[in-house]
Design a protein around this ligand. Structure first.
Ligand code: SAH
Length: 228
């Protein structure tokens, strides 16, 4: 399941260096902080985070913090990407919806572990750039749409898994409605400046909610969320 798409064609040397940096990122920032799923660790090892940020920031791409991606938005810190991915318990057969594509990094990680990823971004410039990067690295099972993601992606529903990578006050009802029976959703829920990951399982049509790590995400904007 890992490596369902081709590796990026990066010049030798640079590629070796970034592979070493990813190895260090996995050991220092993920394994030491409790990420244990070997498939998630392998997906993080293989996804070139440096290609999702501006050239000027590439030296910082494997440190464990968010980085600016333009338009006032950020690429999430590696630990959060790994934790959310681990919580989703992907099976390789899943159809996944992500809200908040940003630069596309989380989508690329999900794409290694799921059958198909549909991802929605409200800012057209970011969606366009994410599409280009995902294509450049060969992530051919990701579909990027420019829209307000609090309404989900009704034409593609239901989804086995849903992940929201921006923080909101509560789970938008259209997203829970588009979650398949037996499916799982992960979203940062809380105030505008601090949230906690909520893990929502849909069981007999009802939500069973558990809480995970504290976190700080950019705002989810739109109906059922915050104002711009
Ligand atoms: N998933 C990204 C993180 C992106 S930051 C990663 O891999 O690093 C969150 C993104 O959510 C921002 O790009 C922001 O523009 C977007 N966003 C906020 N509200 C949204 C909404 N209602 N619909 C779609 N995207 C939204």
């Amino acid at each position: 399941m890992i490596g369902r798409w081709r590796e990026p064609g990066v010049a030798a040397g640079g590629e070796q260096r970034s592979a070493r940096e990813r190895e260090r990122m996995v050991a220092e920032h993920l394994v030491k902080r409790g990420i244990a799923d070997p498939l998630v660790l392998e997906a993080m090892r293989r996804t070139p985070r440096h290609l999702f940020v501006d050239e000027a920031l590439r030296d910082k791409a494997y440190e464990d913090y968010p980085l600016p991606i333009g338009e006032g938005q950020t690429i999430s810190q590696p630990f959060m990407v790994a934790r959310m991915t681990e919580l989703l318990q992907l099976t390789g057969k899943d159809k996944v919806l992500e809200i908040g594509t940003g630069c596309g990094y989380q989508a690329a990680v999900l794409a290694r572990l799921a059958a198909r990823v549909c991802t929605v971004e409200r800012i057209p410039k970011l969606a366009a750039r994410a599409r280009e990067t995902l294509e450049a690295i060969g992530a051919s099972n990701v579909w990027v749409r420019t829209a307000n993601g609090t309404f989900g992606w009704p034409d593609e529903a239901p989804f086995d898994r849903i992940v929201v990578t921006a923080g909101g006050p509560s789970v938008p009802p259209p997203l829970f409605a588009q979650l398949a029976e037996g499916g799982r959703m992960v979203m940062p829920v809380g105030s505008e400046d601090s949230q906690r990951l909520q893990v929502v399982d849909k069981i007999a049509g009802e939500a069973r909610v558990a809480e995970d790590s504290g976190c700080v995400f950019v705002k989810l904007i739109g109906k059922y969320a915050w104002e711009a």
